[in-house]
Design a protein around this ligand. Structure first.
Ligand code: NAD
Ligand code: DAU
Length: 366
């Protein structure tokens, strides 16, 4: 992990949207632990949200934690509430992560994705423009709006090539189409209104506190309860995996050192088929929690995700060369850390599953 303390000036006010989610939570915990910034967490609190990890960091920090962390329960689809939240936070930096994020849910119920990812981003941009225009010249110059996006906006790769900043957009799921729309809105607000924005497009993240509907936590929870481990299609789709703390490093570098108007692609250079990912987890479990038979016997091929993108891979040369970002974790050690975290936090998994009403059932395929 990089030392982020030098990246942010003292008392810098930072608004993180989607901070009750997986990646936003990791960003906020890092800001609270490793900087002196004042952090505002704007989140509507959805099925995927949980504040437990942040609350324990705030508690450990004592008085400084309670002074420096503020939660704003706001739905970005509500334009007036969004403007009020920005007035209250008065930010120098906005890290915009709030979004509906699960492809399978976007197949079942796309409307929520349009409301949060497109309308929500539009409302935030409008509020940010108002706020930015009201700042002193010095604060205006330092202000950044950092939009956190995904590699899925670029579509699906064949066997060769990797996505980079110049790749044409070709989103293919309701989720990625709404993220692509939000990227275009952010870019338009830069070109038309001069808002100082940075956009990052990252590959698949994994790590602690990820809501158990995404591949890695699903596999862990199914395996340890000896249920079939669902592998979509032939299991040969490829993702480029990045440990969440490496993504946080990249985000804080891009937000503070990135050029206004610039886009950065972020990825782990860790391409794996889904079958390889599942098999790594199974073999780690064979060592840590052995059963009479190997866990891989639980793997079950299930009908494919409609419109399933075949392969994602990122060329992260720009952020590496320009901002000196490089991932610190390798896939094998980070997946082990993640597995151990889930094994030690099964109560948290049960709690968030119970509260959300999601019991591990197949999504995105009726
Ligand atoms: P997540 O689903 O874990 O969390 C998203 C959070 O956003 C939730 O707490 C939710 O309540 C909040 N939110 C959603 N709509 C909102 C609204 N209208 N108003 C206020 N809050 C709202 O998501 P994540 O995996 O942490 O992803 C965060 C961001 O990073 C997303 O924008 C996603 O597109 C992007 N991203 C994710 C990955 C990944 O692998 N998870 C990779 C690249 C980019
Ligand atoms: O690439 C970045 C994207 O990564 C982010 O923008 C998204 O927010 C994030 O959810 C993730 O999208 P994916 O669709 O790639 O992630 P998911 O964990 O849902 O699936 C990863 C792969 O595993 C995908 O090819 C589908 C497959 N899969 C998924 C689940 C949940 C299975 O084979 N079985 C499963 O049970």
């Amino acid at each position: 992990m990089i030392d982020v303390s030098y990246l942010l000036g003292e008392d810098r006010r930072i608004l993180v949207t989607g901070g009750a989610g997986f990646i936003g939570g990791a960003v906020i915990r890092r800001l609270l632990k490793d900087t002196d910034s004042i952090v505002f967490n704007l989140d509507k609190i959805s099925y995927a949200s949980d504040l437990y990890g942040i609350k324990s960091v705030v508690k450990d920090l004592g008085e400084s934690g309670t002074k420096r962390y503020h939660f704003l329960q706001v739905d970005l689809a509500d334009s007036e509430a969004t403007i009020n939240a920005l007035n209250q936070a008065d930010p120098d930096l906005i890290l915009h992560l709030a979004a509906e994020s699960h492809v399978d849910r976007s197949i079942d119920a796309p409307e929520a994705f349009l409301n949060s990812n497109i309308i929500g981003t539009f409302n935030l941009l409008q509020a940010a423009r108002l706020h930015w225009g009201s700042l002193s010249m010095k604060r205006q110059e330092a202000f950044r709006f950092h939009h956190i996006s995904t590699d899925e906006v670029f579509g699906s790769l064949g066997d060769q090539g990797r996505f980079c900043e110049k790749t044409a957009y070709d989103p293919r799921s309701p989720y990625s189409a709404t993220k692509a729309s939000s990227d275009h809105l952010v870019s338009a607000w830069h070109h038309t209104y001069g808002l100082p924005v940075v956009i990052t497009n990252c590959s698949n993240n994994f790590g602690p506190w990820q809501f158990p509907e995404k591949l890695i936590p699903v596999v862990i929870l199914k395996a340890i309860s000896c249920q079939p481990i669902p592998l979509y299609g032939d299991g040969l789709n490829i993702r480029d995996w990045l440990y969440v703390e490496d993504h946080v490093d990249a985000l804080l570098l891009a937000a503070t050192k990135g050029n206004p108007g610039e886009k950065y692609c972020i990825g782990g250079n860790n391409e794996r088929t889904n079958r390889q990912v599942v098999e790594v987890i199974c073999s780690l479990l064979d060592d840590i929690k052995p059963l009479p038979k190997p866990y891989s016997n639980l793997i079950k091929l299930v009908p494919d995700r409609p419109g399933h993108d075949q392969r994602y891979a990122i060329n992260a040369d720009l952020i590496s060369n320009q901002l000196a970002w490089t991932p610190s974790y390798n896939f094998e050690s980070a997946i082990k850390l993640t597995l151990i975290w889930y094994l030690e936090n099964l109560d948290w998994c049960k709690k968030v599953q119970y509260r959300s009403g999601y019991k591990g059932q197949r999504l995105g395929h009726s």
